[in-house]
Design a protein around this ligand. Structure first.
Ligand code: G1P
Length: 277
């Protein structure tokens, strides 16, 4: 059984909700105190055994590339002024053997289109997808829980959580089969992107997936739908006709850092931990 070693990070989104902060810097670089949001997501992947990080990016997101590169000049200055601790923060041990790759998504055609841009790098392996906006705190991490569920079930797995009825138009929503014994894994029956009403259940897709490479077959030729964008959800729905896809009710605390509300909550939650470090 091949291990999950590749993770795709779609980061080409505009970050409109955080303007003017995101006029010149990517929303993924917004800090939670002193660490950018994207570093939390990459850390989560690396700690779950991922060794290849594939960013689907755009020309406005160069700062992400710089962030995961070495800054020799700064390192030298820090070393010369006896600030070795800071060098460890900007050149982290856990990222030493990680391969970072960047693929440009030329236009904002949606999450499905972003994922399709990674096909040549993923080839025929199952892979993880992490949407950095969803900051999820737990140990084992959310993606680690999904990878374990993938190892156990050998099929595509999607992270799920419950949402109130008035929020179903913000998420991919699913319906599932009730498991015969208590479990966090559910067989998916249906999935629909951001239904305005009549959601199939209160279970929403969170920004963590482990997908079979077969997803690319369904993403190709997919027409734009909600928001005039190519939706990953639509490809998963097509995949459901041919094979099992499971939903996994992860354990952990989620913050939607794509919204100002969630971002502030994340900072409040993590402040104590980080400032006591
Ligand atoms: C995306 C997906 C959606 C999912 C959500 C989780 O939407 O399309 O199905 O529920 O991420 O954060 P977005 O938030 O990018 O609009």
């Amino acid at each position: 059984m091949k291990k999950i070693t590749k993770a795709v990070f779609p980061v080409a989104g505009l970050g409109t909700r955080f303007l003017p902060a995101t006029k010149a810097i990517p929303k993924e670089m917004l800090p939670i105190i002193d660490k950018p949001l994207i570093e939390y997501a990459v850390e989560e992947a690396v700690n779950a055994g991922i060794t290849e990080i594939i960013f689907i990016t755009s020309h406005t997101k160069r700062a992400i590339e710089d962030h995961f590169d070495q800054n020799f000049e700064l390192e030298e200055k820090l070393i010369n002024s006896g600030k070795k601790d800071f060098v460890d923060k900007i050149n982290r041990d856990i990222f030493q053997n990680i391969k970072f790759t960047y693929v440009r998504q030329k236009s904002q055609n949606g999450l499905g289109d972003a994922i399709l841009h990674s096909e040549h790098l993923i080839q025929d392996e199952s892979f993880a997808i992490i949407l950095a906006d969803d900051l999820i705190i737990n140990n084992p991490s959310c993606i680690s829980q999904l990878i374990s569920a993938y190892d156990e079930n050998q099929c595509s797995i999607i992270g799920l959580n419950e949402v109130p009825e008035h929020e179903t138009d913000k998420y991919g929503m699913v319906s599932v089969e009730e498991p015969s014994s208590p479990s966090n894994s559910f067989l998916l029956k249906d999935i629909i992107e951001k239904p305005k009403s009549n959601a199939p259940s209160n279970l929403a897709v969170v920004g963590r997936y482990v997908l079979s490479s077969k997803i690319f077959k369904y993403l190709k030729n997919l027409k734009p739908s909600i928001g005039d964008e190519v939706q990953l959800t639509d490809a998963i729905k097509l995949m459901l006709y041919d094979e099992n896809v499971m939903g996994y009710m992860y354990e952990g605390k989620k913050f939607d850092c794509g919204s100002r509300h969630g971002y502030v909550n994340a900072i409040q939650y993590l402040a104590k931990e980080i400032l006591n470090d």
